[in-house]
Design a binder for this molecule. Structure first.
Ligand code: ADP
Ligand code: GN1
Ligand code: MG
Length: 375
């Protein structure tokens, strides 16, 4: 089969349990990690679409464990939705399409790992939030996702990327990248390096709280940036949380923090006009209300007390990671232009500064919202 898409081998598609006539395939989405395609098929007169992804093996060293986690998590949520009699279930949770041999993946001739999902129709993802109402839906969907997984049975999920949000280890790698300076790029980003250094102590607040037992370990998504949440085209509610590669143990605050990072400013993550990178209290308020409408019933006071800090913390870890990747030679994130990673880093630093400028107001807002969502 010729897919018309050079990087998506027809031989791979032919080995998934897909039926009907293949029509076409195209690259899809704006994720930074996997290679994503969408295909369309004619199944006896009905047009059906699928998502196909080549898993990034530089990032996920054990793709079989990623898929085992995803299978457990999606089955758990799907069974729960079925028990509750929720309608439209296959638009509310990802559905893995197995291979013709019943496996969760297909290996291509070069050993690459591929998976297929049902394409969730009638949805879109956002790069920036437009209104507090949108922010509320986004927050609610992640709170619900965490709640759905709170009773996932043993064994513990695989850690698909060990120490993913461990700021102490991220700092160690950053200092190593600075001292080795393999691409001779330190000179381009001295101000950013200085800012990241100055903020080290505060940056470790979440991970120390988790490691020290002040906040509990929970199953979380770990990558809840806004474009990993699908919004219904009709009613604009968040329908489905996708990109489940990093669902593993962590703290609920990693997810809330990543939402705060991406939802509370109308500037995209790589906006170069830093005057637009402004934290907005109204978006924060909508987001936290939505999140706590689901998560309020299980979050402990110690977790609630760190809500504001979580947003700053995850913004910081992203600034640190973009900067480290630049110093290491842009090897981790997909980039679209030279200097893309430092632009992203400067953007995250600008967002932290905007948060700092409104810090007391953010603390007051989150304390006030928590009072309204007592379990
Ligand atoms: P990456 O890990 O590279 O970010 P994602 O799994 O997030 O890859 O997929 C990229 C984008 O494709 C997502 O941001 C989302 O907008 C879209 N997407 C992913 N899976 C589906 C799906 N099953 N149905 C519809 N859109 C999807
Ligand atoms: C990556 O996969 P994607 O594009 O949704 C990254 C996240 C970062 C995000 C920054 C596995 O997310 O940790 O927050 O980019 N995912 C991984 O945009 O590293
Ligand atoms: Mg993604």
């Amino acid at each position: 089969m010729d897919t018309g898409c050079s990087a998506l081998p027809g031989e791979v598609l032919g080995r998934f349990a897909l039926y009907g006539e293949f029509e076409f395939a195209e690259p899809f989405g704006s994720g930074h990690i996997n290679h994503t395609y969408r295909s369309r098929w004619n199944q006896a007169g009905v047009r059906v679409r699928y998502i196909h992804q080549r898993i990034n093996e530089q990032v996920f060293l054990r793709p079989n464990e990623v898929m085992e986690n995803i299978e457990r998590v999606t089955m758990h949520i799907a069974e729960k939705l079925e028990r509750e009699g929720t309608p439209d279930r296959s638009r509310r949770v990802l559905s893995v399409v197995p291979s013709r041999e019943g496996k969760l993946w297909v290996r291509d001739d070069e050993g690459g790992w591929w998976r297929t999902y049902l394409f969730i129709e009638g949805t879109h993802s956002l790069e920036v939030a437009q209104s507090p109402a949108e922010a509320r839906f986004l927050g609610k969907s992640v709170g619900r996702f965490q709640k759905q997984l709170a009773d996932l049975a043993e064994p513990r999920l695989h850690e698909t990327i060990p120490d993913f949000h461990d700021m102490e280890k991220r700092y160690a790698r950053f200092y190593d990248a600075v001292s080795r300076d393999v691409c001779n790029r330190v000179k381009d980003v001295e101000a950013e390096i200085a800012f990241i250094r100055e903020n080290e102590e505060r940056g470790t607040v979440l991970i120390r709280a988790l490691k020290g037992g002040a906040i509990p370990e929970r199953i979380c998504h770990n990558d809840t940036k806004m474009n990993n949440i699908l919004i219904d085209d009709e009613d604009k509610e968040a329908r489905c949380v996708v990109d489940l590669d990093t669902v593993m143990p962590g703290t609920s605050l990693f997810d809330l923090g990543d939402l705060i990072r991406t939802v509370t400013t109308r500037a995209g993550e790589d906006e170069r006009d830093l005057s637009k990178v402004v934290f907005e209290g109204g978006l924060f308020e909508g987001l936290i209300h939505g999140y706590l409408s689901e998560a309020g019933e299980f979050l402990l006071p110690a977790e609630k007390a760190l809500i504001a800090e979580s947003g700053r913390n995850i913004t910081q870890i992203m600034g640190l990671r973009f900067l480290t990747d630049y110093l290491e030679g842009d090897r981790y994130y997909q980039t679209a232009r030279p200097g893309h990673n430092p632009d992203r880093c400067r953007n995250q630093i600008a967002l932290m500064k905007s948060m700092d400028a409104q810090w007391q107001a953010i603390l007051d807002l989150s304390a006030g919202i928590c009072k309204q969502h007592r379990p």
